[in-house]
Write a protein that binds this ligand. Structure first.
Ligand SMILES: Cc1cc2nc3c(=O)[nH]c(=O)nc-3n(C[C@H](O)[C@H](O)[C@H](O)COP(=O)(O)OP(=O)(O)OC[C@H]3O[C@@H](n4cnc5c(N)ncnc54)[C@H](O)[C@@H]3O)c2cc1C
Length: 366
């Protein structure tokens, strides 16, 4: 990826980039901002490729042991999705423990302005605005600064980050923020300036994060993080295609989390990318994100129609047996023939209180 944009790959190029993953290099360098990470998340989160597809391609060249760290990271996404399936909307509030202390439920203004005074974080936020991507470690630093140094509640800042991410995945997002803030983990995550310098290639000293871990929690909120703003996010949806939906043909419903070009590829039917205004009012995303979703759909799925409307407004008169879609927690109001998503381990579902319990259950499947 370049400094200024995230590459919009055609399906064959996505597959080639999976083939080029070196999980050994990945394990050594993934924590560094310039490390050998895969940049696959926008394609996985949008359902263009599935977790088992990625795992199977990597395991053609590398052993399970060589690929273990990479497989574990794929499993984190599945874990969060399983928590979401099991807990539903409870993931949008403190899941295990209340976050303490909380000074406000807004967002630190310094975050919005990429002006926290911590270079590694400010550069990563500017990069997020430009490209729609942020490295995992930078996400953790941003979240810990917000929740554990500025004492903002995690929800509004998580919504802000989700708004900008091309890979926006509500489960990975909300639950990672909660993991950092201590409401979905046993311990809050903090990083000092030395740690941030090491992994973000910066060399700052004498900042409010400079010093040993015995200094945390800081006795007061640092000045640059004191101001906060109310969150105001809106989605600009595209024009809807004009389309009369036939009642005698199969309808395949794609959405922002199912853009799989191979899904029912050989079958005849009407293909619809459904963008529901009600969903985007509840969980807004940036124009960059919408443009990315529409571009993936139109570049990879022949004859796809873009329909901007809520499910029930469009499909209420269509026979249920004609409507096909993939299961997802954001789809529970769809009716028709629901198909399963592709899981790393379809037989292990339900709520696991910790990732490592979940990993223990699935690791032997590889
Ligand atoms: C505060 C916070 C918010 C996050 N929000 C999102 C989000 O909205 N959408 C999202 O897709 N990921 C989110 N993540 C997880 C993670 O940061 C990204 O999946 C990862 O950075 C994507 O980059 P990559 O594809 O280059 O990852 P790689 O390191 O190359 O990993 C390969 C794949 O493994 C999975 N993966 C890796 N790390 C994680 C992780 N920590 N949690 C879950 N899955 C992981 C992803 O599918 C990723 O594409 C968040 C993490 C944090 C700490």
């Amino acid at each position: 990826m370049t400094k200024h944009s995230f590459p919009l790959l055609a399906y064959d190029d996505i597959i080639r980039s999976i083939e080029n993953i070196n999980p050994i290099q990945y394990a050594k360098s993934r924590n560094y901002i310039t490390g050998a990470v895969s940049y696959l998340s926008p394609y996985i989160a949008r359902g263009v490729i599935s977790l088992p597809l990625v795992a199977n391609i990597v395991l053609k060249k590398f052993t399970r042991f060589e690929a273990e760290k990479f497989l574990q990271e794929l499993a984190w996404r599945e874990y969060f999705q399983r928590v979401w399936q099991a807990k539903g909307d409870a993931i949008f509030s403190d899941l295990k423990h209340p976050q303490i202390p909380v000074k406000h439920t807004q967002i630190p203004t310094a975050l919005i302005e990429a002006n926290t005074g911590i270079e590694g974080i400010d550069t990563a936020i500017k990069h997020l605005y430009e490209t729609g991507y942020m490295h995992n470690h930078a996400r953790m630093y941003t979240a810990m600064l917000t929740c554990n140094i500025a004492h903002a509640h995690w929800l509004a800042p998580a919504q802000w980050m989700y708004y900008h991410l091309l890979d926006g995945d509500l489960a990975s997002n909300m639950l990672s923020w909660q993991w950092v803030a201590g409401s979905f983990s046993s311990k809050k995550y903090v990083a000092n300036q030395e740690n941030i310098n090491r992994y973000t290639n910066t060399n700052q000293t004498q900042t409010y994060l400079d010093g040993g871990y015995e200094n945390f929690p800081l006795p007061q909120i640092p000045d640059p993080l004191n101001a906060s703003s109310a969150l105001s996010l809106h989605t600009l949806l595209p024009e809807s295609d004009t389309l009369t939906i036939p009642t005698d043909q199969k309808i395949f419903i794609y959405n922002a989390y199912n853009l799989d070009p191979l899904w029912h590829k050989e079958e005849k039917g009407i293909r619809i990318l459904l963008l529901e205004p009600t969903l985007y009012t509840r969980f807004p995303v940036s124009k960059k994100v919408i443009d990315f979703i529409v571009a993936i759909a139109t570049n990879n799925i022949p004859n796809i129609n873009i329909v901007v409307a809520d499910f029930n407004d469009v499909f209420q008169h269509i026979p249920k047996n004609n409507i096909h879609y993939k299961e997802h927690p954001l789809n529970t109001h769809y009716t028709g023939i629901e198909e399963s998503r592709d899981w790393l381990c379809a037989s292990v579902s339900g709520y696991f209180p910790s990732f490592f319990n979940f990993w223990k259950k699935i690791q032997n499947k590889f």
